[in-house]
Write a protein that binds this ligand. Structure first.
Ligand SMILES: *Cc1c(COP(=O)(O)O)cnc(C)c1O
Length: 388
C-alpha cells in the first residue's frame, strides 16, 4: 500500500489549476485582514453585515462563558443542552415566524440531519442542480431517490413531481444560491409543493440577516410574505455568515422539530456547540433588528459595484445580493486574476469546479456592510486596470 496514487491525483489537480490552498489569517475576519504578514482589503468572506468582530458579540460571548463556561461537555440529548441554546431556539423561531427551531453545530450538519431524518429509501427528493454541496451530501446520506431539476426551472420540476409516487416528497433548494447570488423562486416552488403534496426545504444560509425586514430572511423578502407562511416550508439558516458567529438552525412545525430531535443523527451524535456561542448569536439578532443601516449600506454598495464594473471583458452574473460573482470562465485565468488583485492588496477568491460547473470559474466578490464606498471604488479601478 503506497501513497503514490494520492500524490499523482494531487499533481493532476495542480496542472488543471484546481489545487486549493488555505490562506492563514492573522487578524479578525473583516474588510481589512492580515494574511502572511500583509494587509488586504477583503471581499472574500460571508460576514455580510460586518458582525464577526463586533464588540457586542464579543461581550455577549464573554458574559456567556462566565455563566456557562466554554465546552458544552455532551450532546444535547445527554447533558449538553443549556438555557442559552433554549433561549436562542425560541428567539430564532419567533424571528422567522415558525412554531419551533432546533440548533445545529453547523449548516452542513443541519442539512445532513434534516434530510436524513425526514426522508428515506421509499421517498423522493427533488433538488435544484445548483444547490449547496451540503444538500447534495444530505440527499446521498438519506438514501432517498434523487431527481435534480435544472436551475430554477419550474417546468422541469413540475414534470418530475407529476410522476406518480407513493412515498414522501421533499423539494430542496438554496434560497440564495451561494456561488451565483441569485434567488430561488420560492412562491412558485411552494405552489408546486402544494399541488403535488411535497415538503419544501429552504436553505437560507445567504439570505438570513440580509433579506427581508430586519433581516428575517428570504421568506420575508417579498412584500406579501404571508404567502410563504406555509407549514410545508422547513426553513434552514446558518449562524456563521451574516450572524457572524457559528452554527445553524432548522425552523419548522413543532412536529418536524420533534422528529429531528429523535431522528437527526447529526444532531444526536455530536457534542452541542458551546452555549456561550448562543449568547453571541442572540446579540447578533438584536443588531439585525436594531441596525437597518447595515442592510441599507449593503444595497448601496451592490448598486455601486454593478454600475462600476460595466464594460469589463468579464460580466457580473445576475445577482441582487451581496454575492456578486464575476464570470471569468477559464480556471487559470480566474486564478491569475485573483492573484493579480492580491498583489494590489485586494483579496477576492477564485471559485472553480467542482464548486461551480465546468467552464464557469469566477471571482466571487462578496460585499459587507462594513465596506466603504471608497473600498468598492478601489476594487472597481483595480479590475479596470487589470482588464487593460
Ligand atoms: C455555508 C453554507 C452551508 C453550510 O453552513 P456551515 O454553517 O458553514 O456548515 C449550507 N448551505 C449553504 C447554501 C451555504 O452557503
Amino acid at each position: 500500500m503506497t501513497f503514490e496514487v494520492l500524490q499523482s491525483e494531487l499533481d493532476t489537480r495542480a496542472t488543471q489549476g484546481l489545487l486549493r490552498y488555505r490562506h492563514e489569517l492573522q487578524s479578525a475576519q473583516g474588510t481589512r485582514v492580515k494574511v502572511n504578514g500583509k494587509p488586504f482589503l477583503s471581499f472574500s468572506s460571508n460576514d455580510y453585515l460586518g458582525l464577526a468582530d463586533h464588540p457586542q458579540l464579543l461581550a455577549a460571548l464573554q458574559t456567556g462563558t462566565q455563566q456557562y463556561g466554554l465546552g458544552a461537555g455532551a450532546s444535547h440529548l445527554v447533558s449538553g443542552h443549556f438555557s442559552a441554546h433554549e433561549e436562542l431556539e425560541q428567539a430564532l423561531a419567533e424571528f422567522v415566524d415558525k412554531p419551533a427551531a432546533l440548533l445545529f453545530s453547523s449548516g452542513y450538519l443541519a442539512n445532513l440531519g434534516a434530510v436524513q431524518a425526514l426522508v428515506g429509501r421509499r421517498d423522493k427528493i427533488f433538488a435544484d442542480k445548483l444547490n449547496h454541496a451540503s444538500l447534495n451530501d444530505a440527499m446521498l446520506l438519506s438514501r432517498a431517490q434523487v431527481q435534480r431539476f435544472r436551475h430554477n426551472d419550474m417546468v422541469h420540476l413540475a414534470q418530475l413531481l407529476a410522476q406518480p409516487h407513493s412515498g414522501r416528497k421533499l423539494v430542496i433548494t438554496d434560497a440564495v444560491f451561494s456561488m451565483d447570488g441569485d434567488l430561488a423562486l420560492l412562491p412558485e416552488l411552494l405552489a408546486l409543493c402544494e399541488q403535488y403534496d411535497a415538503w419544501l426545504l429552504v436553505d437560507d444560509a445567504h439570505g438570513f440577516g440580509i433579506l427581508g425586514e430586519q433581516g428575517r430572511g428570504s421568506l420575508f423578502h417579498r412584500r406579501d410574505s404571508s404567502d410563504l407562511a406555509s407549514p410545508r416550508i422547513i426553513y434552514m439558516a446558518t449562524l456563521g455568515k451574516a450572524a457572524g458567529v457559528s452554527g445553524a438552525f432548522i425552523a419548522a412545525e413543532q412536529v418536524v422539530i420533534d422528529t429531528l430531535v429523535q431522528n437527526a443523527r447529526s444532531y444526536i451524535y455530536t457534542t452541542a456547540s458551546p452555549p456561550a456561542l448562543s449568547c453571541a448569536v442572540l446579540a447578533s439578532l438584536r443588531l439585525f433588528q436594531k441596525e437597518e443601516w447595515r442592510r441599507t449600506q449593503l444595497w448601496k454598495l451592490v448598486t455601486q459595484l454593478r454600475a462600476g464594473l460595466n464594460g469589463l471583458p468579464w460580466a457580473l452574473m445576475h445577482s441582487d445580493t451581496p454575492i456578486q460573482p464575476l464570470l471569468v470562465g477559464n480556471n487559470n485565468v480566474a486564478v491569475a486574476l485573483s492573484e493579480a488583485l492580491r498583489t494590489r492588496g485586494i483579496w477576492v477568491p477564485a471559485i472553480r469546479p467542482p464548486t461551480v460547473p465546468q467552464g464557469t470559474a469566477r471571482l466571487r466578490i462578496s460585499l459587507s456592510a462594513a465596506h466603504s464606498e471608497q473600498n468598492v471604488a478601489q476594487l472597481i479601478s483595480a479590475l479596470h486596470e487589470l482588464a487593460h
